[in-house]
Design a protein around this ligand. Structure first.
Ligand code: GRG
Length: 295
Protein backbone atom coordinates (compact mmCIF):
# COMPACT_ATOMS: atom_id res chain seq x y z
CA UNK A 1 0.00 0.00 0.00
CA UNK A 2 1.44 3.43 -0.90
CA UNK A 3 1.52 6.48 1.39
CA UNK A 4 -1.67 7.95 0.01
CA UNK A 5 -3.70 4.74 0.37
CA UNK A 6 -2.35 4.42 3.91
CA UNK A 7 -3.43 7.97 4.74
CA UNK A 8 -6.89 7.42 3.21
CA UNK A 9 -7.43 4.23 5.17
CA UNK A 10 -6.14 5.82 8.42
CA UNK A 11 -8.63 8.66 7.92
CA UNK A 12 -11.42 6.17 7.21
CA UNK A 13 -10.60 4.29 10.44
CA UNK A 14 -10.49 7.48 12.52
CA UNK A 15 -13.73 8.76 11.00
CA UNK A 16 -15.43 5.43 11.74
CA UNK A 17 -14.32 5.64 15.38
CA UNK A 18 -15.64 9.22 15.60
CA UNK A 19 -18.96 8.27 13.99
CA UNK A 20 -19.22 5.28 16.35
CA UNK A 21 -18.85 7.61 19.33
CA UNK A 22 -21.24 10.23 17.98
CA UNK A 23 -23.96 7.76 16.98
CA UNK A 24 -24.32 5.66 20.11
CA UNK A 25 -26.93 2.94 20.01
CA UNK A 26 -29.42 2.86 22.82
CA UNK A 27 -32.39 0.82 23.90
CA UNK A 28 -35.25 3.28 23.63
CA UNK A 29 -38.12 2.64 21.22
CA UNK A 30 -36.45 4.92 18.66
CA UNK A 31 -33.37 2.67 18.59
CA UNK A 32 -34.37 1.67 15.04
CA UNK A 33 -33.62 5.21 13.91
CA UNK A 34 -30.10 5.16 15.35
CA UNK A 35 -29.61 1.69 13.87
CA UNK A 36 -30.53 3.03 10.40
CA UNK A 37 -28.22 6.04 10.88
CA UNK A 38 -25.36 3.77 11.88
CA UNK A 39 -26.08 1.37 9.01
CA UNK A 40 -25.94 4.27 6.54
CA UNK A 41 -22.75 5.85 7.86
CA UNK A 42 -20.62 2.97 9.12
CA UNK A 43 -20.93 0.63 6.14
CA UNK A 44 -17.98 1.61 3.97
CA UNK A 45 -17.41 4.48 1.57
CA UNK A 46 -14.15 5.98 0.42
CA UNK A 47 -14.37 8.85 2.95
CA UNK A 48 -13.09 11.37 0.41
CA UNK A 49 -14.84 14.35 2.03
CA UNK A 50 -13.52 13.57 5.54
CA UNK A 51 -10.07 13.19 4.00
CA UNK A 52 -10.39 16.68 2.51
CA UNK A 53 -11.35 18.16 5.90
CA UNK A 54 -8.39 16.49 7.63
CA UNK A 55 -5.85 17.20 4.88
CA UNK A 56 -6.87 20.86 4.55
CA UNK A 57 -6.82 21.22 8.35
CA UNK A 58 -3.27 19.86 8.42
CA UNK A 59 -2.16 22.79 6.26
CA UNK A 60 -3.00 25.06 9.21
CA UNK A 61 -2.00 22.68 12.04
CA UNK A 62 -5.61 22.14 13.11
CA UNK A 63 -6.13 19.85 16.09
CA UNK A 64 -6.92 16.40 14.64
CA UNK A 65 -9.70 15.57 17.11
CA UNK A 66 -11.52 18.79 16.19
CA UNK A 67 -11.01 18.19 12.46
CA UNK A 68 -12.35 14.65 12.90
CA UNK A 69 -15.59 15.94 14.40
CA UNK A 70 -16.09 18.21 11.36
CA UNK A 71 -15.06 15.36 9.04
CA UNK A 72 -17.65 13.06 10.67
CA UNK A 73 -20.33 15.76 10.38
CA UNK A 74 -19.59 16.24 6.67
CA UNK A 75 -19.75 12.47 6.15
CA UNK A 76 -23.13 12.37 7.95
CA UNK A 77 -24.44 14.94 5.47
CA UNK A 78 -23.00 13.02 2.53
CA UNK A 79 -24.60 9.80 3.82
CA UNK A 80 -27.95 11.53 4.33
CA UNK A 81 -27.83 12.62 0.67
CA UNK A 82 -27.09 9.05 -0.44
CA UNK A 83 -29.94 7.60 1.69
CA UNK A 84 -32.45 10.08 0.28
CA UNK A 85 -31.10 9.85 -3.27
CA UNK A 86 -31.59 6.05 -3.20
CA UNK A 87 -35.29 6.31 -2.24
CA UNK A 88 -37.95 5.21 -4.75
CA UNK A 89 -39.06 8.84 -5.18
CA UNK A 90 -35.54 9.72 -6.39
CA UNK A 91 -33.11 7.23 -7.97
CA UNK A 92 -34.82 4.10 -6.63
CA UNK A 93 -31.66 2.10 -5.98
CA UNK A 94 -31.35 -1.28 -4.22
CA UNK A 95 -27.60 -1.25 -3.78
CA UNK A 96 -25.24 1.24 -2.13
CA UNK A 97 -21.67 0.64 -1.00
CA UNK A 98 -22.07 -3.01 -1.95
CA UNK A 99 -25.09 -3.73 0.23
CA UNK A 100 -28.81 -3.07 0.52
CA UNK A 101 -29.79 0.60 0.49
CA UNK A 102 -31.23 1.96 3.74
CA UNK A 103 -34.88 1.78 2.65
CA UNK A 104 -34.39 -1.83 1.46
CA UNK A 105 -32.72 -2.85 4.71
CA UNK A 106 -35.25 -0.99 6.91
CA UNK A 107 -38.22 0.69 5.21
CA UNK A 108 -38.91 3.93 3.36
CA UNK A 109 -40.18 5.91 6.33
CA UNK A 110 -37.19 4.90 8.44
CA UNK A 111 -34.80 5.85 5.60
CA UNK A 112 -36.41 9.30 5.32
CA UNK A 113 -36.11 9.82 9.07
CA UNK A 114 -32.54 8.49 9.18
CA UNK A 115 -31.53 11.01 6.49
CA UNK A 116 -33.30 13.86 8.29
CA UNK A 117 -31.69 12.90 11.60
CA UNK A 118 -28.19 12.64 10.05
CA UNK A 119 -28.51 16.16 8.66
CA UNK A 120 -29.61 17.57 12.03
CA UNK A 121 -26.97 15.57 13.93
CA UNK A 122 -24.24 16.94 11.66
CA UNK A 123 -25.14 20.52 12.59
CA UNK A 124 -25.40 19.55 16.28
CA UNK A 125 -21.85 18.17 16.13
CA UNK A 126 -20.49 21.30 14.42
CA UNK A 127 -22.26 23.69 16.80
CA UNK A 128 -21.02 21.85 19.92
CA UNK A 129 -18.13 23.62 21.67
CA UNK A 130 -16.11 20.38 21.55
CA UNK A 131 -15.65 21.16 17.85
CA UNK A 132 -13.99 24.50 18.54
CA UNK A 133 -13.80 26.83 21.54
CA UNK A 134 -14.57 29.88 19.37
CA UNK A 135 -18.31 30.43 18.77
CA UNK A 136 -17.37 32.57 15.73
CA UNK A 137 -15.54 29.67 14.13
CA UNK A 138 -18.40 27.29 14.90
CA UNK A 139 -20.89 29.76 13.39
CA UNK A 140 -18.70 30.18 10.29
CA UNK A 141 -18.65 26.40 9.84
CA UNK A 142 -22.43 26.17 10.25
CA UNK A 143 -22.97 28.96 7.71
CA UNK A 144 -20.57 27.50 5.14
CA UNK A 145 -22.05 24.02 5.50
CA UNK A 146 -25.67 25.20 5.38
CA UNK A 147 -24.94 27.19 2.19
CA UNK A 148 -23.22 24.21 0.60
CA UNK A 149 -26.04 21.75 1.21
CA UNK A 150 -29.14 23.97 0.96
CA UNK A 151 -31.16 25.33 -1.97
CA UNK A 152 -28.12 27.04 -3.56
CA UNK A 153 -25.99 23.94 -3.08
CA UNK A 154 -26.50 20.18 -2.93
CA UNK A 155 -30.28 20.05 -2.56
CA UNK A 156 -30.74 22.76 -5.22
CA UNK A 157 -28.48 20.72 -7.51
CA UNK A 158 -30.60 17.62 -6.88
CA UNK A 159 -33.70 19.62 -7.88
CA UNK A 160 -31.97 20.71 -11.10
CA UNK A 161 -31.16 17.05 -11.71
CA UNK A 162 -34.82 16.06 -11.35
CA UNK A 163 -35.94 18.86 -13.67
CA UNK A 164 -33.20 17.87 -16.14
CA UNK A 165 -34.89 14.52 -16.76
CA UNK A 166 -37.29 16.44 -19.01
CA UNK A 167 -34.73 18.78 -20.66
CA UNK A 168 -31.65 18.20 -22.77
CA UNK A 169 -28.94 19.97 -20.77
CA UNK A 170 -25.87 21.49 -22.41
CA UNK A 171 -22.35 21.73 -21.03
CA UNK A 172 -22.74 24.97 -19.00
CA UNK A 173 -25.97 23.72 -17.43
CA UNK A 174 -24.54 20.30 -16.54
CA UNK A 175 -21.48 22.00 -15.08
CA UNK A 176 -23.65 24.24 -12.89
CA UNK A 177 -25.84 21.32 -11.79
CA UNK A 178 -22.87 19.15 -10.83
CA UNK A 179 -21.11 22.03 -9.13
CA UNK A 180 -24.13 22.47 -6.89
CA UNK A 181 -25.03 18.81 -6.42
CA UNK A 182 -21.59 17.38 -5.63
CA UNK A 183 -19.06 20.19 -5.95
CA UNK A 184 -20.21 22.38 -3.10
CA UNK A 185 -19.99 19.68 -0.41
CA UNK A 186 -16.51 18.85 -1.70
CA UNK A 187 -15.60 22.55 -1.61
CA UNK A 188 -16.85 23.12 1.92
CA UNK A 189 -14.92 20.04 3.07
CA UNK A 190 -11.72 21.78 1.91
CA UNK A 191 -12.71 25.15 3.29
CA UNK A 192 -13.57 23.65 6.69
CA UNK A 193 -9.87 23.09 7.36
CA UNK A 194 -9.19 26.74 6.52
CA UNK A 195 -12.03 27.93 8.77
CA UNK A 196 -10.87 25.77 11.70
CA UNK A 197 -7.30 26.95 11.13
CA UNK A 198 -8.23 30.65 10.85
CA UNK A 199 -6.38 30.81 7.54
CA UNK A 200 -5.86 33.92 5.41
CA UNK A 201 -8.48 34.68 2.76
CA UNK A 202 -5.86 33.91 0.12
CA UNK A 203 -5.30 30.39 1.42
CA UNK A 204 -9.05 29.76 1.75
CA UNK A 205 -9.65 31.00 -1.82
CA UNK A 206 -6.87 28.75 -3.13
CA UNK A 207 -8.51 25.76 -1.44
CA UNK A 208 -11.87 26.77 -2.88
CA UNK A 209 -10.38 26.95 -6.39
CA UNK A 210 -8.69 23.54 -5.89
CA UNK A 211 -12.01 22.06 -4.72
CA UNK A 212 -13.91 23.55 -7.64
CA UNK A 213 -11.72 21.75 -10.19
CA UNK A 214 -11.52 18.63 -8.03
CA UNK A 215 -15.33 18.43 -7.78
CA UNK A 216 -15.77 18.54 -11.55
CA UNK A 217 -12.98 16.01 -12.08
CA UNK A 218 -14.65 13.77 -9.48
CA UNK A 219 -18.02 13.98 -11.24
CA UNK A 220 -16.49 13.28 -14.67
CA UNK A 221 -14.76 10.22 -13.21
CA UNK A 222 -18.09 9.17 -11.67
CA UNK A 223 -19.86 9.51 -15.02
CA UNK A 224 -17.09 7.44 -16.62
CA UNK A 225 -17.51 4.75 -13.94
CA UNK A 226 -21.25 4.67 -14.64
CA UNK A 227 -20.39 3.79 -18.25
CA UNK A 228 -17.29 1.65 -17.81
CA UNK A 229 -17.33 0.58 -14.17
CA UNK A 230 -17.83 -2.87 -12.72
CA UNK A 231 -21.02 -2.90 -10.62
CA UNK A 232 -19.37 -5.05 -7.93
CA UNK A 233 -16.39 -2.71 -7.62
CA UNK A 234 -18.43 0.50 -7.47
CA UNK A 235 -20.94 -1.08 -5.08
CA UNK A 236 -24.02 0.37 -6.79
CA UNK A 237 -25.89 -0.07 -10.05
CA UNK A 238 -23.92 0.90 -13.17
CA UNK A 239 -25.30 2.21 -16.46
CA UNK A 240 -28.19 3.98 -14.77
CA UNK A 241 -27.54 7.40 -16.31
CA UNK A 242 -27.61 6.08 -19.87
CA UNK A 243 -30.68 3.95 -19.14
CA UNK A 244 -32.46 7.03 -17.80
CA UNK A 245 -31.40 9.02 -20.88
CA UNK A 246 -29.68 11.56 -18.62
CA UNK A 247 -27.23 14.06 -20.04
CA UNK A 248 -23.87 13.58 -18.32
CA UNK A 249 -20.33 14.78 -19.00
CA UNK A 250 -19.74 11.49 -20.83
CA UNK A 251 -22.89 11.70 -22.96
CA UNK A 252 -21.93 15.25 -23.98
CA UNK A 253 -18.16 14.86 -24.41
CA UNK A 254 -17.74 11.15 -25.16
CA UNK A 255 -15.56 8.79 -23.13
CA UNK A 256 -12.18 9.93 -24.48
CA UNK A 257 -12.72 13.65 -24.06
CA UNK A 258 -14.37 13.22 -20.65
CA UNK A 259 -11.30 11.28 -19.47
CA UNK A 260 -8.91 13.90 -20.88
CA UNK A 261 -10.94 16.67 -19.32
CA UNK A 262 -11.02 14.94 -15.91
CA UNK A 263 -7.23 14.56 -15.97
CA UNK A 264 -6.79 18.18 -17.03
CA UNK A 265 -9.03 19.37 -14.20
CA UNK A 266 -7.14 17.25 -11.66
CA UNK A 267 -3.85 18.80 -12.81
CA UNK A 268 -5.39 22.28 -12.75
CA UNK A 269 -6.72 21.62 -9.21
CA UNK A 270 -3.15 20.90 -8.08
CA UNK A 271 -1.88 24.17 -9.56
CA UNK A 272 -4.09 26.07 -7.12
CA UNK A 273 -2.08 24.48 -4.31
CA UNK A 274 1.21 26.04 -5.44
CA UNK A 275 1.22 28.48 -2.51
CA UNK A 276 1.36 25.56 -0.07
CA UNK A 277 4.48 23.47 0.44
CA UNK A 278 4.80 19.69 0.70
CA UNK A 279 2.11 19.74 3.38
CA UNK A 280 -0.42 19.89 0.54
CA UNK A 281 0.86 16.63 -1.03
CA UNK A 282 -2.08 14.58 0.35
CA UNK A 283 -4.46 16.95 -1.46
CA UNK A 284 -2.39 16.64 -4.65
CA UNK A 285 -2.43 12.84 -4.35
CA UNK A 286 -6.19 12.87 -3.78
CA UNK A 287 -6.70 14.73 -7.07
CA UNK A 288 -4.93 11.89 -8.89
CA UNK A 289 -6.81 9.25 -6.92
CA UNK A 290 -10.15 10.81 -7.82
CA UNK A 291 -9.58 10.47 -11.57
CA UNK A 292 -7.84 7.09 -11.44
CA UNK A 293 -10.23 5.31 -9.05
CA UNK A 294 -12.16 2.20 -10.07
CA UNK A 295 -14.89 2.57 -7.40
C1 GRG B 1 -30.41 15.65 -0.87
C2 GRG B 1 -31.59 13.72 -1.95
C3 GRG B 1 -30.46 14.64 -1.91
C4 GRG B 1 -29.52 14.50 -2.86
C5 GRG B 1 -28.42 15.39 -3.04
C6 GRG B 1 -25.34 14.29 -3.57
C7 GRG B 1 -26.69 13.94 -4.04
C8 GRG B 1 -27.66 15.01 -4.28
C9 GRG B 1 -27.06 12.67 -4.24
C10 GRG B 1 -26.20 11.54 -3.99
C11 GRG B 1 -26.20 10.57 -5.12
C12 GRG B 1 -25.13 10.74 -6.11
C13 GRG B 1 -24.87 9.57 -6.97
C14 GRG B 1 -24.47 11.85 -6.23
C15 GRG B 1 -23.39 12.09 -7.14
C16 GRG B 1 -22.19 12.28 -6.30
C17 GRG B 1 -21.58 11.00 -5.97
C18 GRG B 1 -20.86 10.30 -7.02
C19 GRG B 1 -21.70 10.52 -4.77
C20 GRG B 1 -20.98 9.32 -4.30
O1 GRG B 1 -19.83 9.78 -3.66
P1 GRG B 1 -18.58 8.83 -3.35
O2 GRG B 1 -18.09 8.20 -4.62
O3 GRG B 1 -19.29 7.71 -2.47
O4 GRG B 1 -17.60 9.61 -2.56
P2 GRG B 1 -18.73 6.91 -1.19
O5 GRG B 1 -19.70 5.74 -1.07
O6 GRG B 1 -17.34 6.46 -1.48
O7 GRG B 1 -18.82 7.83 -0.02
Amino acid sequence: MNDFNNALSTTAGDVNDTLERLLQNYDDPEARLIEAMRYSTLGGGKRIRPFLVIASGELFNVDRAQALRVAAAVEMIHCYSLVHDDLPAMDDDDLRRGRATCHKKFDEATAILAGDALLAKAFEVIADDKTHASSKIRADLVLALARAVGPEGMVGGQMLDLVAEHHALKMPEITRLQRMKTGMLIAVSCEAGAILGKSTDGARNALHAYAHDLGLAFQMADDLLDVEGDERAIGKGAGKDAAAGKATFVSLLGVERAREQAELLAAQACEHLDLFDKKADPLRQLANFVVERSA
